[in-house]
Design a protein around this ligand. Structure first.
Ligand SMILES: O=C(O)Cc1cc(O)ccc1O
Ligand SMILES: [Fe+2]
Length: 448
């Protein structure tokens, strides 16, 4: 895995296997896999080229303000309505949807070890295990945080999620998303965002894969405002990559799974739904290399709020109060003078689900492992463990580079409820809160 950003190593272009990407975030893209497949100057001609059907996929209400209005036009071999018409309930296994009140976990700071990848054959849909849920999918607010442990590619199977948009954070093994819009390859260090309603299958070209998944029931992820930072840095639009059109003309029957209303359903399709020959619009999947994030930080003193590391935000109706912030802690220099450099001790209204993709997280040098999880819910105190406190209080404050590290946070305004699976998982650490027990009294009124 390449933990350092090397622009040459970033796969932005075509390979023999995947047709390539277009650069930009939320652009009005247009792409066609056959010349002339895309109607010019109109969306819905009387007859589409090549006998294609025109279909609109909207991710926002038609009348959403322009900046939040998302839709694409797809030109496909068969319209999406060509399913069997009958949906049957499928086994959602450990995939849960908010509100999920199955477990009444006592309030606590929680931490899980990485969950080993099982031996059994598990496709993406079978492999999702929900750790936390927040809000209510039925009212399109909140989120769920899952892990996935995939050991088998989806073959003649596809999936779409009507309940939410999906933000994939690969931690081990790469994922190939064969989507209606084109093909995305994402490796650890990269993320992929699949909007609500987009059909796809997940393949594992390099073997078993483990990672994190945020299911966003609320407003679509978008770039945060930069405010006084200006027009550059943090996540730059051009580093988001959306696939060019690529289609399958395949009449093999396929099973289509749909997550809808908090349940998993399945129906039969007589053909591959990856049959979009051309598309245009601003509602499309994308990937982003987290190593292209340009962090802004304290170059004087003090420790800024972690919102400076926001990659994507899912807004709520209240300005500045995110449904979800996706925040990363990438490689960076720590240079602040006369400063306790790791995160301060804190209690926050937002609830923090953290994962580690690789390396060491500065506030938790022990016990928070790549593939592991910590959960610091609304108003539950947390901060550096004893070891991190001691080190940061005594260390010489010369410039230090935090290298080879990538932690992240799904931070939501809603308290996160722990699922039965998460609460009973062997990976749950029973001694996590002890990491702060060694923080003894240091007060001495005679020593200012
Ligand atoms: O709790 C954490 O480790 C995440 C975090 C990091 C930081 O730099 C400031 C606040 C915060 O919640
Ligand atoms: Fe925190």
């Amino acid at each position: 895995m390449n933990t350092n950003f090397d622009p040459v190593a970033v796969n932005r272009s075509s390979t023999n296997e995947t047709p390539g990407y277009m650069s930009g975030f939320g652009n009005s893209f247009e792409t066609e896999a056959l010349p002339g497949a895309l109607p010019i100057g109109r969306n819905s001609p009387q007859r589409c080229a090549y006998g294609l059907y025109a279909e609109q996929l909207s991710g926002s209400p038609f009348t959403a303000p322009r900046g939040a209005n998302e839709r694409s036009w797809l030109y496909r071999i068969r319209p999406s309505v060509r399913h069997s018409g009958r949906f049957v309930k499928a086994d959602a296994r450990l995939w849960r949807t908010a509100p999920c009140l199955e477990h009444d976990m006592p309030i606590a700071q929680l931490r899980w070890d990485p969950t080993p990848i099982p031996e059994d054959e598990l496709t993406f849909v079978q492999s999702v295990r929900t750790m936390t849920t927040a809000g209510d999918a039925h009212t399109q607010v909140g989120m769920a945080a899952h892990i996935y442990l995939i050991t088998k590619s989806m073959v003649d199977q596809h999936f779409y999620n009507a309940d939410g948009e999906m933000l994939f954070v690969p931690q081990e093994g790469s994922l190939r998303f064969v989507t209606e819009f084109g093909v995305i390859d994402a490796e650890p260090g990269e993320i992929a965002v699949i909007p609500r309603g987009v059909k796809f299958r997940v393949e594992i070209p390099s073997g078993p894969a483990r990672g994190y998944l945020c299911e966003n029931y609320g407003g679509a992820f978008t770039l945060p405002e930069r405010g006084p930072i200006g027009a550059n840095c943090l996540a730059n639009s051009r580093d988001f990559l959306t696939p060019v059109a690529a289609y399958e003309d395949d009449d093999k029957p396929t099973e289509l799974f749909v997550k809808w209303g908090g349940a998993l359903w399945s129906t039969a399709l007589p053909h591959s739904p990856i049959d979009v020959v051309a598309w245009h619009g601003n509602y499309a999947p994308c990937k982003y290399d987290l190593r292209t994030f340009s962090p802004i930080g304290a170059i004087g003193f003090d420790h800024p709020d972690p919102s400076i590391f926001t990659v994507l935000t899912s807004p709520s109706e209240i300005a500045g109060t995110a449904n979800i912030d996706f925040v990363i802690f990438p490689e960076r220099w720590a240079v602040a003078e006369n400063t306790f450099r790791p995160p301060w001790y804190h209690m926050n209204i937002m609830s923090e689900f953290m994962g580690l993709i690789y390396g060491v997280y500065d506030a938790k040098p022990q016990g928070f492992l790549p593939g592991g999880i910590s959960l610091h819910n609304c108003m539950l105190p947390h901060g550096p463990d004893r070891e991190a406190f001691d080190h940061a209080s005594k260390t010489e404050l010369k410039p230090v580079k935090l290298t080879g590290t990538m932690a992240f946070m799904f931070e939501t305004r809603f308290p996160q409820r722990v699922t039965e699976y998460a609460a009973t998982s062997d990976a749950l650490q029973d001694d996590y809160a002890d990491c702060w027990q060694g923080l003894e009294r240091r007060f001495d009124p005679t020593k200012p």
